[in-house]
Structures are given as structure tokens and as C-alpha cells.
Design a protein around this ligand. Structure first.
Ligand SMILES: C[S@@+](CC[C@H](N)C(=O)[O-])C[C@H]1O[C@@H](n2cnc3c(N)ncnc32)[C@H](O)[C@@H]1O
Length: 228
């Protein structure tokens, strides 16, 4: 069961009760626009942002049950009716559950860097997964990304820069609105360097795929049979 929580009427659904792809407009009918945060942790940024834009719907995805429940309690306490929280694994949800090309912004802050080579296939940003993340964005939408794991940050920057349909800007210094998430606030206090990127999906670019993503795909047949 993948739980989906909204604060409108304090509802919580299992995914089986909802349509797939997820009909977000049914869950927050008043939303005129959507933003997404993947791996929202304790929900500091998602909740603050939702409070500042009540006309906009906010979709948060988080794998850790304790954080999902914490953010759920907080959104209800603040009576925010423009948030949908989904408890599940982001790549699975991006592949089969979430709608495509609907968001004006996607936020990913301090995703797990998975430094060991054998774990790197779990990364949210990889040549084989980048299309899934970027395809949440409507044309003109932007992705905001930050990491303190600079080596991973440089890899993500390189992947994005070789993507045909986006413009990548490295943000120097803190965001204009200050530290966005708990991890960012903590790392700023500790004086750790942080790599921040703002990436815009440019218009008129069709449905491009990352060139290195398709290079990872092979198809094999055991032996040839005459089937026709
Ligand atoms: C290092 S924490 C950062 C939390 C928050 N973004 C912040 O900056 O304070 C990474 C978060 O992403 C979540 N996460 C990691 N991999 C995920 C995945 N594949 N799907 C959904 N959530 C994931 C973790 O549970 C954790 O809450």
C-alpha cells in the first residue's frame, strides 16, 4: 500500500483507491499550478512554501515513514489544504504513479548521494533516471537542487548540462529566501560548502531523452525463431 495524505478533510487514501496516474486536481481542486518536492524530510520547505502560495498545489514524496507522518501532522495542524503527501519510493512513483509535465517547479534538496559505486544505481539523478525527474516539469518549469556532497553535485551538473532541453545555472551563495530545508540550515551553520543548481526546462524542445540514458538500454533474444 502506498499511502497518500491530503489535509483537505484530513483524508488519507491507499493508492488503490485513487486513479493512476494520480489525479492531483481531484485531490486539490483549487490548485492553479503545482510544485513538487522529492525527499522532503521533515517538510520544512514544503510546508513553508505551501503556506506562502495557497493558490498552488504542492506534492511531496518521501520514503521514510516517520518523516511522512511528521509532515502529515504538521500540515494538518497548520490547516493547509493545498498539499498532497505521498509515502513511497520516488523512482517507482515517477515511473508509474505520478502524472507527467504538470509542475512549474521541482525541488530536490540533499538527496542521498550513495557514494559507494555498487549503490550508485539508487541515485535519483543518474543518466538512466534523469528523464523521469525532468519529465515532471511543464515547459518553462524549473528544478532546484542542492547538495553538500560536491562530487555528486558535479556529476548531477554534468548530467544536466548534457541534457538537450534544459538551461543550467549554478547558484552562487545561498538562495535569496535563505536556507530552505533542515539539512541546508544545519550545513550552513557548520560552514559546509553547498552546490546549488537552478535548471529551467526550455520551451519548444519536444520530448528529448538524455543521450546517455538510451545508451544504457540493450535488448537480447536467446535464439531466433521464425514467428511470422
Ligand atoms: C538527506 S535527507 C534530506 C531531507 C530534506 N530534503 C532536507 O534537505 O532537509 C534525504 C531525504 O530523502 C528521502 N529519500 C531518499 N531517497 C528517496 C527515494 N528514493 N524516494 C523518496 N524519498 C527518498 C530520505 O528518506 C530523506 O528524508
Amino acid at each position: 500500500m502506498i499511502p497518500v495524505a491530503t489535509s483537505a478533510g484530513e483524508a488519507e487514501y491507499s493508492l488503490r483507491e485513487l486513479s493512476v496516474p494520480l489525479d492531483l486536481q481531484r485531490l486539490v481542486p483549487a490548485a492553479t499550478d503545482w510544485e513538487v518536492e522529492l525527499g522532503f524530510g521533515k517538510g520544512r520547505y514544503l510546508l513553508r512554501r505551501a503556506e506562502s502560495r495557497l493558490d498552488c498545489g504542492f506534492l511531496g514524496v518521501e520514503m521514510a515513514g516517520s518523516y511522512y507522518h511528521l509532515a502529515q501532522r504538521r500540515m494538518r495542524r497548520r490547516r493547509l489544504s493545498n498539499i498532497v503527501l505521498v509515502h513511497g519510493e520516488a523512482l517507482y512513483l515517477l515511473s508509474v504513479v505520478l502524472p507527467r509535465r504538470f509542475a512549474s517547479a521541482v525541488h530536490v534538496y540533499f538527496p542521498d548521494p550513495w557514494p559507494k559505486v555498487r549503490h550508485q544505481k539508487r541515485r535519483l539523478f543518474d543518466t538512466e533516471t534523469i528523464d523521469l525527474v525532468l519529465d515532471l516539469l511543464a515547459e518553462g518549469g524549473r528544478l532546484c537542487f542542492a547538495t553538500d556532497f560536491l562530487e555528486y553535485g558535479e556529476v548531477v551538473k554534468g548530467i544536466l548540462e548534457s541534457y538537450p532541453a534544459v538551461e543550467v545555472v549554478e547558484v552562487t551563495g545561498p538562495w535569496a529566501d535563505g536556507a530552505r530545508t533542515n539539512y541546508e540550515a544545519k550545513y550552513e551553520r557548520e560552514g559546509r560548502p553547498i552546490l546549488r543548481l537552478e535548471v529551467q526546462r526550455v520551451s519548444g524542445s519536444g520530448v528529448p531523452l538524455h543521450p546517455l540514458g538510451e545508451a544504457c538500454v540493450l535488448a537480447a533474444v536467446g535464439f531466433r525463431q521464425e514467428v511470422f
